[in-house]
Ligand binder design. Structure first.
Ligand SMILES: [Fe+2]
Ligand SMILES: [Fe+2]
Length: 194
């Protein structure tokens, strides 16, 4: 009972933080991802509250300015390589995880790792991270040709759904001559090997 109350308080704090940091449009996306991730957690026997918590916070830093991303990364010692310097908004994932730690006192590594991995994926990512990664790609307002197939896969096998989403993202970027994020490539290799 006490745990239930603690969990509800933390979920409410995460919701409030997301609402305070985001436009109405992006906050609405956040809530749809949280609902989708929580549903996937129940289907796959994961912890629904911790999955929802990660989802509520995943985009909390998404509306930070590009220069501010690099400044925060330096101040907080977050890894920023070539891809992040080229596209600072990639840092919104690790900055959001850091906000979760600093502002809400979250130390649950599975939750923080899921937030960090939600944009590019990460080799070795856990089930909660896979649920969030996939939920972000299939929330009800996402519309693209293969989304229905991904929604079906997501209920059957999160690893396969994440692999399919990565293949799609990689070939989409290749088709437009954009560089492919090395973490995404490595995550796909990891998912296909295991
Ligand atoms: Fe994001
Ligand atoms: Fe998102």
């Amino acid at each position: 009972m006490e745990n239930r109350a603690k969990s509800d308080t933390l979920l409410q704090a995460a919701d409030d933080l997301a609402r305070s940091k985001l436009s109405g449009k992006r906050y609405a996306h956040t809530v749809r991802v949280a609902d989708t991730a929580e549903r996937l957690a129940r289907v796959h026997h994961l912890d629904p509250d911790r999955t929802r918590l990660a989802a509520l916070l995943h985009d909390a830093a998404r509306e930070t300015e590009p220069e501010e991303f690099l400044r925060l990364a330096e101040r907080w010692g977050l890894p920023a390589g070539e891809p992040e310097r080229e596209s600072p908004k990639l840092l919104h994932a690790s900055v959001a995880a850091e906000l979760a730690r600093r502002e809400l006192g979250i130390e649950d590594e599975e939750v923080l790792g899921a937030i960090r991995a939600h944009t590019t994926g990460c080799p070795g990512m856990g089930p909660l991270a896979l649920a969030l990664y996939v939920a972000d790609k299939i929330e009800p307002a996402r519309h693209y040709p293969s989304v229905e197939r991904l929604r079906e896969l997501a209920s059957e096998d999160l690893r396969e759904a994440a692999a399919e989403a990565l293949r799609r993202a990689i070939s989409y970027n290749e088709g437009r001559g954009r560089s492919i994020n090395p973490d995404s490539r490595e995550t796909l290799v990891w998912l296909e090997e295991a």
